[in-house]
Ligand binder design. Sequence first.
Ligand SMILES: Cc1cc2nc3c(=O)[nH]c(=O)nc-3n(C[C@H](O)[C@H](O)[C@H](O)COP(=O)(O)OP(=O)(O)OC[C@H]3O[C@@H](n4cnc5c(N)ncnc54)[C@H](O)[C@@H]3O)c2cc1C
Length: 358
Amino acid sequence: MNVAIIGGGPAGCNTARLLALYGHDVDIYEEHKAIGSPIQCTGIVSHSIVDHIRLPDKAVMNIIREVRIHGPKVSPISIRFKKPNFILDRRLFDNHLADLARSAGAKIHLGKKMTGLSKKGLIVHFGNKEARPDIVIGADGPASTVANMVGRKKGEFWTGLQGIFKEDHDDTIDFFPFIGTLAWKVPAGKGRVRVGVIARKDTRKIFDGFVKRVIGNKKPIEMQGGLIPIYDPRQNTSFWNKKVFLLGDAAGQVKATTGGGIIQGLHAGKILASCIRKKTDYDSAWKKEIGKELWAHMKIREVLDKFSPEDYSDLISRFRKRKLKSILEDIEREYPMDLAARLLLKDPSLLTYLRFLF
Ligand SMILES: Cc1cc2nc3c(=O)[nH]c(=O)nc-3n(C[C@H](O)[C@H](O)[C@H](O)COP(=O)(O)OP(=O)(O)OC[C@H]3O[C@@H](n4cnc5c(N)ncnc54)[C@H](O)[C@@H]3O)c2cc1C
Protein backbone atom coordinates (compact mmCIF):
# COMPACT_ATOMS: atom_id res chain seq x y z
CA MET A 1 0.00 0.00 0.00
CA ASN A 2 1.37 3.46 -0.90
CA VAL A 3 1.08 6.21 1.70
CA ALA A 4 1.71 9.86 0.75
CA ILE A 5 2.66 12.04 3.70
CA ILE A 6 2.36 15.77 3.07
CA GLY A 7 4.88 17.61 5.26
CA GLY A 8 8.38 16.62 6.39
CA GLY A 9 8.11 17.98 9.95
CA PRO A 10 8.54 15.78 13.05
CA ALA A 11 5.01 14.33 12.89
CA GLY A 12 5.30 13.42 9.20
CA CYS A 13 8.84 11.97 9.33
CA ASN A 14 8.24 9.90 12.46
CA THR A 15 5.04 8.40 11.04
CA ALA A 16 6.80 7.70 7.74
CA ARG A 17 9.49 5.77 9.61
CA LEU A 18 6.93 3.61 11.43
CA LEU A 19 4.81 2.93 8.34
CA ALA A 20 7.91 2.02 6.33
CA LEU A 21 8.97 -0.37 9.11
CA TYR A 22 5.49 -1.94 8.90
CA GLY A 23 6.22 -2.68 5.25
CA HIS A 24 4.32 0.14 3.53
CA ASP A 25 5.60 2.05 0.54
CA VAL A 26 5.91 5.62 1.92
CA ASP A 27 6.55 8.96 0.19
CA ILE A 28 7.03 12.22 2.10
CA TYR A 29 6.39 15.40 0.11
CA GLU A 30 7.97 18.53 1.63
CA GLU A 31 7.44 21.93 0.05
CA HIS A 32 10.81 23.35 1.15
CA LYS A 33 14.12 22.41 -0.42
CA ALA A 34 15.51 21.29 2.96
CA ILE A 35 14.06 19.53 6.01
CA GLY A 36 13.83 21.63 9.19
CA SER A 37 13.99 24.99 7.49
CA PRO A 38 12.76 27.62 8.11
CA ILE A 39 12.61 27.09 11.89
CA GLN A 40 9.49 28.34 13.68
CA CYS A 41 9.92 26.78 17.10
CA THR A 42 11.65 27.22 20.46
CA GLY A 43 12.29 23.50 20.78
CA ILE A 44 11.45 22.99 24.47
CA VAL A 45 10.38 19.44 25.18
CA SER A 46 9.80 17.59 28.42
CA HIS A 47 11.62 14.37 29.22
CA SER A 48 8.61 12.41 27.88
CA ILE A 49 10.03 12.81 24.38
CA VAL A 50 12.33 9.85 25.07
CA ASP A 51 9.20 7.64 25.23
CA HIS A 52 8.83 8.32 21.50
CA ILE A 53 12.29 8.79 20.03
CA ARG A 54 15.92 8.45 21.06
CA LEU A 55 17.39 11.94 21.00
CA PRO A 56 20.77 12.28 19.27
CA ASP A 57 23.20 14.39 21.37
CA LYS A 58 23.83 16.78 18.47
CA ALA A 59 20.14 17.81 18.32
CA VAL A 60 20.07 18.83 22.01
CA MET A 61 21.25 22.42 22.55
CA ASN A 62 20.65 22.53 26.31
CA ILE A 63 19.65 20.13 29.04
CA ILE A 64 17.38 21.97 31.45
CA ARG A 65 16.89 21.07 35.09
CA GLU A 66 15.24 24.24 36.32
CA VAL A 67 12.47 26.60 35.28
CA ARG A 68 11.56 29.94 36.85
CA ILE A 69 7.89 30.88 36.71
CA HIS A 70 7.33 34.61 36.99
CA GLY A 71 4.27 36.42 38.29
CA PRO A 72 3.28 40.04 37.77
CA LYS A 73 3.77 41.24 41.33
CA VAL A 74 5.73 38.50 43.11
CA SER A 75 9.24 37.11 42.89
CA PRO A 76 9.50 34.03 40.63
CA ILE A 77 9.37 30.46 41.88
CA SER A 78 12.01 27.96 40.81
CA ILE A 79 10.98 24.44 39.90
CA ARG A 80 13.73 21.81 39.69
CA PHE A 81 12.63 18.97 37.40
CA LYS A 82 13.21 15.41 38.58
CA LYS A 83 13.72 14.53 34.91
CA PRO A 84 15.42 17.12 32.71
CA ASN A 85 13.80 18.98 29.81
CA PHE A 86 15.61 19.50 26.52
CA ILE A 87 16.03 22.43 24.16
CA LEU A 88 16.18 21.02 20.66
CA ASP A 89 17.91 22.32 17.61
CA ARG A 90 14.87 21.84 15.36
CA ARG A 91 16.88 21.74 12.15
CA LEU A 92 19.06 18.89 13.43
CA PHE A 93 16.15 17.16 15.19
CA ASP A 94 13.89 17.20 12.12
CA ASN A 95 16.78 16.00 9.94
CA HIS A 96 17.47 13.16 12.36
CA LEU A 97 13.84 12.03 12.05
CA ALA A 98 14.05 12.36 8.26
CA ASP A 99 17.23 10.21 8.21
CA LEU A 100 15.51 7.54 10.31
CA ALA A 101 12.54 7.58 7.91
CA ARG A 102 14.88 7.19 4.92
CA SER A 103 16.78 4.35 6.61
CA ALA A 104 13.47 2.57 7.20
CA GLY A 105 12.75 2.83 3.46
CA ALA A 106 10.63 6.00 3.09
CA LYS A 107 11.36 8.31 0.15
CA ILE A 108 11.55 12.06 0.76
CA HIS A 109 10.73 14.43 -2.09
CA LEU A 110 11.98 17.95 -1.34
CA GLY A 111 10.69 21.11 -3.01
CA LYS A 112 7.34 19.35 -3.66
CA LYS A 113 4.44 21.53 -2.58
CA MET A 114 1.06 19.89 -2.55
CA THR A 115 -1.32 22.19 -4.40
CA GLY A 116 -4.50 20.14 -4.63
CA LEU A 117 -6.25 16.93 -3.69
CA SER A 118 -8.94 15.34 -5.87
CA LYS A 119 -11.42 13.26 -3.96
CA LYS A 120 -12.24 11.12 -6.95
CA GLY A 121 -9.56 8.47 -7.22
CA LEU A 122 -7.49 10.15 -4.47
CA ILE A 123 -5.08 12.17 -6.61
CA VAL A 124 -2.53 14.47 -4.96
CA HIS A 125 -1.46 17.41 -7.13
CA PHE A 126 1.93 19.13 -7.06
CA GLY A 127 1.50 21.87 -9.67
CA ASN A 128 1.28 19.98 -12.96
CA LYS A 129 2.55 16.70 -11.43
CA GLU A 130 0.45 14.22 -9.50
CA ALA A 131 0.61 11.10 -7.32
CA ARG A 132 -2.05 8.44 -6.77
CA PRO A 133 -1.48 6.96 -3.31
CA ASP A 134 -3.85 4.66 -1.41
CA ILE A 135 -3.69 6.86 1.69
CA VAL A 136 -2.87 10.54 2.27
CA ILE A 137 -1.63 11.89 5.62
CA GLY A 138 -1.80 15.64 6.08
CA ALA A 139 1.15 16.40 8.38
CA ASP A 140 1.52 19.80 6.78
CA GLY A 141 1.48 22.01 9.84
CA PRO A 142 -0.92 24.60 11.26
CA ALA A 143 -2.08 26.07 7.93
CA SER A 144 -2.63 22.57 6.53
CA THR A 145 -3.62 22.51 2.85
CA VAL A 146 -4.85 18.93 3.26
CA ALA A 147 -7.16 20.00 6.13
CA ASN A 148 -8.52 22.87 4.06
CA MET A 149 -9.06 20.68 1.02
CA VAL A 150 -10.95 17.96 2.83
CA GLY A 151 -13.24 20.58 4.30
CA ARG A 152 -12.21 20.57 7.94
CA LYS A 153 -13.89 23.32 9.93
CA LYS A 154 -11.47 26.24 10.13
CA GLY A 155 -10.00 26.42 13.61
CA GLU A 156 -8.60 29.26 15.68
CA PHE A 157 -4.92 30.16 15.88
CA TRP A 158 -2.49 31.98 18.10
CA THR A 159 0.58 33.66 16.67
CA GLY A 160 4.03 32.90 18.04
CA LEU A 161 6.93 35.28 17.60
CA GLN A 162 10.48 34.80 18.83
CA GLY A 163 13.87 36.41 18.49
CA ILE A 164 17.31 34.89 18.99
CA PHE A 165 19.62 37.15 20.96
CA LYS A 166 23.26 37.07 21.99
CA GLU A 167 23.00 36.81 25.77
CA ASP A 168 24.56 34.72 28.53
CA HIS A 169 22.26 32.45 30.51
CA ASP A 170 22.22 30.02 33.44
CA ASP A 171 20.66 27.01 31.61
CA THR A 172 17.29 27.87 33.14
CA ILE A 173 14.00 28.53 31.36
CA ASP A 174 12.05 31.65 32.36
CA PHE A 175 8.28 31.48 31.78
CA PHE A 176 5.98 34.51 32.06
CA PRO A 177 2.43 33.04 31.91
CA PHE A 178 0.79 36.44 32.44
CA ILE A 179 2.31 38.04 29.31
CA GLY A 180 0.30 37.41 26.12
CA THR A 181 -0.82 33.80 26.27
CA LEU A 182 2.69 32.84 27.34
CA ALA A 183 6.10 34.48 27.10
CA TRP A 184 9.51 32.87 27.57
CA LYS A 185 13.27 33.36 27.68
CA VAL A 186 15.00 30.11 26.92
CA PRO A 187 18.69 29.16 26.74
CA ALA A 188 19.62 28.09 23.21
CA GLY A 189 23.25 27.03 23.18
CA LYS A 190 26.28 28.97 24.39
CA GLY A 191 25.66 32.72 24.74
CA ARG A 192 22.30 32.58 22.95
CA VAL A 193 18.71 32.89 24.20
CA ARG A 194 15.34 32.56 22.48
CA VAL A 195 12.88 35.17 23.63
CA GLY A 196 9.31 34.70 22.51
CA VAL A 197 5.64 35.34 22.96
CA ILE A 198 2.44 33.56 21.96
CA ALA A 199 -0.69 35.68 21.82
CA ARG A 200 -4.17 35.80 20.29
CA LYS A 201 -3.65 39.36 19.04
CA ASP A 202 -1.14 42.25 19.15
CA THR A 203 1.69 39.69 19.23
CA ARG A 204 4.31 42.08 17.81
CA LYS A 205 3.49 44.78 20.35
CA ILE A 206 3.56 42.33 23.27
CA PHE A 207 6.81 40.83 21.94
CA ASP A 208 8.52 44.25 21.70
CA GLY A 209 7.49 45.14 25.27
CA PHE A 210 8.64 41.76 26.57
CA VAL A 211 12.03 41.97 24.84
CA LYS A 212 12.58 45.38 26.39
CA ARG A 213 11.78 43.91 29.81
CA VAL A 214 14.08 40.85 29.64
CA ILE A 215 16.82 41.84 27.17
CA GLY A 216 16.81 45.61 26.97
CA ASN A 217 17.59 47.34 23.70
CA LYS A 218 19.59 44.55 22.05
CA LYS A 219 18.60 43.65 18.48
CA PRO A 220 17.81 40.01 17.62
CA ILE A 221 20.24 38.13 15.39
CA GLU A 222 17.27 36.28 13.91
CA MET A 223 13.48 36.51 14.08
CA GLN A 224 11.09 33.58 13.68
CA GLY A 225 7.34 33.26 13.88
CA GLY A 226 4.42 31.06 13.05
CA LEU A 227 0.86 30.01 13.67
CA ILE A 228 -0.15 27.77 16.53
CA PRO A 229 -3.47 25.96 16.19
CA ILE A 230 -5.78 25.98 19.20
CA TYR A 231 -6.88 22.47 20.13
CA ASP A 232 -10.53 21.81 19.37
CA PRO A 233 -11.81 18.35 20.39
CA ARG A 234 -14.73 18.61 17.97
CA GLN A 235 -12.43 18.55 14.95
CA ASN A 236 -12.57 15.42 12.82
CA THR A 237 -9.13 14.11 11.81
CA SER A 238 -10.14 11.04 9.80
CA PHE A 239 -11.66 11.88 6.46
CA TRP A 240 -12.99 9.94 3.50
CA ASN A 241 -13.36 6.33 4.42
CA LYS A 242 -10.04 6.01 6.17
CA LYS A 243 -8.11 7.33 3.17
CA VAL A 244 -7.14 10.85 4.30
CA PHE A 245 -5.91 11.59 7.82
CA LEU A 246 -4.68 14.69 9.64
CA LEU A 247 -1.77 14.62 12.07
CA GLY A 248 0.24 16.91 14.35
CA ASP A 249 -0.38 20.66 14.04
CA ALA A 250 -2.58 19.98 10.97
CA ALA A 251 -4.92 18.10 13.33
CA GLY A 252 -4.64 20.70 16.14
CA GLN A 253 -2.84 18.18 18.39
CA VAL A 254 -1.25 20.97 20.43
CA LYS A 255 -1.20 21.79 24.17
CA ALA A 256 -3.38 24.83 24.83
CA THR A 257 -1.31 25.68 27.92
CA THR A 258 2.03 26.21 26.16
CA GLY A 259 1.36 25.87 22.41
CA GLY A 260 3.79 22.92 22.33
CA GLY A 261 3.04 20.15 19.84
CA ILE A 262 6.25 18.23 19.11
CA ILE A 263 5.61 15.33 21.50
CA GLN A 264 1.88 15.22 20.70
CA GLY A 265 2.65 14.97 16.96
CA LEU A 266 5.10 12.10 17.55
CA HIS A 267 2.64 10.31 19.83
CA ALA A 268 -0.34 10.75 17.49
CA GLY A 269 1.82 9.54 14.60
CA LYS A 270 2.53 6.33 16.47
CA ILE A 271 -1.21 5.86 16.98
CA LEU A 272 -1.98 6.63 13.32
CA ALA A 273 0.65 4.19 12.02
CA SER A 274 -0.76 1.48 14.27
CA CYS A 275 -4.35 2.22 13.16
CA ILE A 276 -3.36 2.02 9.47
CA ARG A 277 -1.58 -1.23 10.13
CA LYS A 278 -4.49 -2.77 12.06
CA LYS A 279 -7.21 -1.02 10.01
CA THR A 280 -8.75 0.49 13.15
CA ASP A 281 -10.30 3.91 13.74
CA TYR A 282 -7.68 6.67 14.15
CA ASP A 283 -9.99 9.48 15.22
CA SER A 284 -11.32 7.64 18.26
CA ALA A 285 -7.92 6.03 19.04
CA TRP A 286 -5.90 9.25 19.39
CA LYS A 287 -8.72 11.07 21.17
CA LYS A 288 -8.88 8.20 23.68
CA GLU A 289 -5.12 8.09 24.24
CA ILE A 290 -4.05 11.75 24.16
CA GLY A 291 -7.31 13.64 23.70
CA LYS A 292 -8.16 13.69 27.39
CA GLU A 293 -4.80 15.27 28.24
CA LEU A 294 -5.24 17.86 25.47
CA TRP A 295 -8.73 18.52 26.82
CA ALA A 296 -7.23 19.14 30.29
CA HIS A 297 -4.68 21.56 28.78
CA MET A 298 -7.62 23.35 27.11
CA LYS A 299 -9.52 23.64 30.42
CA ILE A 300 -6.41 24.96 32.23
CA ARG A 301 -6.06 27.51 29.43
CA GLU A 302 -9.71 28.58 29.88
CA VAL A 303 -8.96 29.21 33.56
CA LEU A 304 -5.67 31.05 32.91
CA ASP A 305 -7.29 33.25 30.26
CA LYS A 306 -9.58 34.65 32.96
CA PHE A 307 -6.82 35.25 35.52
CA SER A 308 -6.17 38.78 36.76
CA PRO A 309 -2.59 39.81 37.78
CA GLU A 310 -3.65 39.15 41.40
CA ASP A 311 -4.78 35.60 40.54
CA TYR A 312 -1.38 34.87 38.97
CA SER A 313 0.43 36.21 42.03
CA ASP A 314 -1.86 34.17 44.30
CA LEU A 315 -1.21 30.96 42.33
CA ILE A 316 2.55 31.48 42.34
CA SER A 317 2.53 32.13 46.08
CA ARG A 318 0.62 28.87 46.62
CA PHE A 319 3.17 26.92 44.55
CA ARG A 320 5.96 28.25 46.74
CA LYS A 321 4.83 25.73 49.36
CA ARG A 322 6.98 22.60 49.32
CA LYS A 323 4.03 20.19 49.22
CA LEU A 324 2.75 21.62 45.91
CA LYS A 325 6.12 22.50 44.41
CA SER A 326 7.35 18.92 44.72
CA ILE A 327 4.37 17.74 42.65
CA LEU A 328 5.25 20.22 39.88
CA GLU A 329 8.82 18.94 39.99
CA ASP A 330 7.70 15.34 39.79
CA ILE A 331 5.08 15.20 37.04
CA GLU A 332 5.63 15.68 33.33
CA ARG A 333 3.53 18.55 31.98
CA GLU A 334 2.29 16.35 29.12
CA TYR A 335 -0.07 14.75 31.66
CA PRO A 336 -2.09 17.55 33.30
CA MET A 337 -4.89 15.18 34.42
CA ASP A 338 -2.53 13.43 36.80
CA LEU A 339 -0.95 16.75 37.80
CA ALA A 340 -4.32 18.38 38.58
CA ALA A 341 -5.53 15.34 40.54
CA ARG A 342 -2.41 15.23 42.73
CA LEU A 343 -2.41 19.00 43.31
CA LEU A 344 -6.08 19.02 44.31
CA LEU A 345 -5.61 16.08 46.65
CA LYS A 346 -2.74 17.89 48.40
CA ASP A 347 -4.48 21.26 48.48
CA PRO A 348 -8.26 21.15 47.87
CA SER A 349 -8.40 24.96 48.20
CA LEU A 350 -7.05 25.06 44.61
CA LEU A 351 -10.61 24.13 43.60
CA THR A 352 -11.35 27.83 43.95
CA TYR A 353 -9.89 28.37 40.46
CA LEU A 354 -12.57 26.12 38.93
CA ARG A 355 -14.94 29.08 39.34
CA PHE A 356 -13.32 30.49 36.18
CA LEU A 357 -14.75 27.60 34.17
CA PHE A 358 -18.33 28.71 34.75
C1 LIG B 1 7.18 30.49 17.85
C2 LIG B 1 6.85 29.04 18.11
C3 LIG B 1 7.49 28.37 19.14
C4 LIG B 1 7.18 27.02 19.40
N1 LIG B 1 7.83 26.40 20.42
C5 LIG B 1 7.57 25.10 20.70
C6 LIG B 1 8.26 24.42 21.75
O1 LIG B 1 9.10 25.01 22.43
N2 LIG B 1 7.94 23.12 21.99
C7 LIG B 1 7.01 22.44 21.24
O2 LIG B 1 6.74 21.26 21.53
N3 LIG B 1 6.36 23.05 20.24
C8 LIG B 1 6.62 24.36 19.94
N4 LIG B 1 5.97 24.98 18.89
C9 LIG B 1 5.03 24.19 18.10
C10 LIG B 1 5.78 23.21 17.18
O3 LIG B 1 6.64 23.96 16.34
C11 LIG B 1 4.78 22.39 16.37
O4 LIG B 1 3.82 21.82 17.23
C12 LIG B 1 5.47 21.27 15.58
O5 LIG B 1 6.43 21.78 14.69
C13 LIG B 1 4.41 20.51 14.78
O6 LIG B 1 5.02 19.51 14.01
P1 LIG B 1 4.30 19.03 12.65
O7 LIG B 1 5.20 18.00 12.05
O8 LIG B 1 2.88 18.71 12.92
O9 LIG B 1 4.25 20.35 11.72
P2 LIG B 1 5.43 21.26 11.18
O10 LIG B 1 6.63 21.17 12.04
O11 LIG B 1 4.80 22.60 10.95
O12 LIG B 1 5.80 20.61 9.77
C14 LIG B 1 4.93 20.71 8.68
C15 LIG B 1 5.74 20.59 7.41
O13 LIG B 1 4.84 20.57 6.29
C16 LIG B 1 5.39 21.35 5.25
N5 LIG B 1 4.28 21.78 4.40
C17 LIG B 1 3.30 22.68 4.69
N6 LIG B 1 2.44 22.79 3.65
C18 LIG B 1 2.88 21.94 2.68
C19 LIG B 1 2.39 21.60 1.37
N7 LIG B 1 1.30 22.17 0.85
N8 LIG B 1 3.09 20.68 0.64
C20 LIG B 1 4.21 20.10 1.15
N9 LIG B 1 4.72 20.39 2.38
C21 LIG B 1 4.05 21.29 3.14
C22 LIG B 1 6.09 22.49 5.98
O14 LIG B 1 7.07 23.08 5.16
C23 LIG B 1 6.68 21.77 7.19
O15 LIG B 1 7.98 21.29 6.94
C24 LIG B 1 6.23 26.33 18.60
C25 LIG B 1 5.60 27.01 17.55
C26 LIG B 1 5.90 28.35 17.30
C27 LIG B 1 5.20 29.05 16.17
